[in-house]
Design a protein around this ligand. Sequence first.
Ligand code: DX5
Ligand code: ZN
Length: 218
Amino acid sequence: MNPPILAPSLLAGDHGALAADARAVSDLGLSYLHLDMMDAHFVPNLSFGPQTLAALRRHGSKLFFDTHLMLSEPQKYIDPFAKAGADRITIHIEPDYDHVAALEAIKDLGIKGGIALNPDTPAEMILPVLRHVDLVLVMTVQPGFGGQAFREDTLPKMAKIFEWRKAKGLDYRIEVDGGIDEATAKECRAQGADTFVAGTSFFAARDRKAFAAAFAAL
Ligand code: DX5
Ligand code: ZN
């Protein structure tokens, strides 16, 4: 199993002070930041854009930008997000486009690529793209909003994706996103998850140092 990584989600941060919130993450000694892009089409909400990543870079952030595109046509936005500073671009399996071509385009830009799947999407849907990804993002809530309750019914899917990795000799990371706190992270860890997105729980934590330490010890 890969060592655990905590990726705080800036969606739950102060949208009037994003650069300061990103700095608070790096000041804790963390190296990942999860950035959620929404298009009011694939999900019923809006959030950030490439200009947000560029601004965070301009303000000095050296964090690994774990960029989650909740877009119906993500293939059209790979270049702008890569130019703006994305270190990994994760796209969803549900919309209809050439997933493999998009993932290869991401890799050609010298960054990592991930595939995401919604809670009601069967794991088998991602089988054709597994060989082309550095990460599988198992959504543990229906995407679009922070602060939702973790869906326990996604746990068997993580286990399956974890088993496939070994059986197929692949080396993608397994990320979980939505309703993750210290307790639900433990449940996911037990199924093989290694990368933990935490929005609400991270920004609401009274002691963020202790919170980060708990994830490091998963
Ligand atoms: C939800 C986003 C998540 C969100 C998670 O659509 O993909 O990254 O920020 O937020 P919490 O941790 O509050 O569930
Ligand atoms: Zn996300």
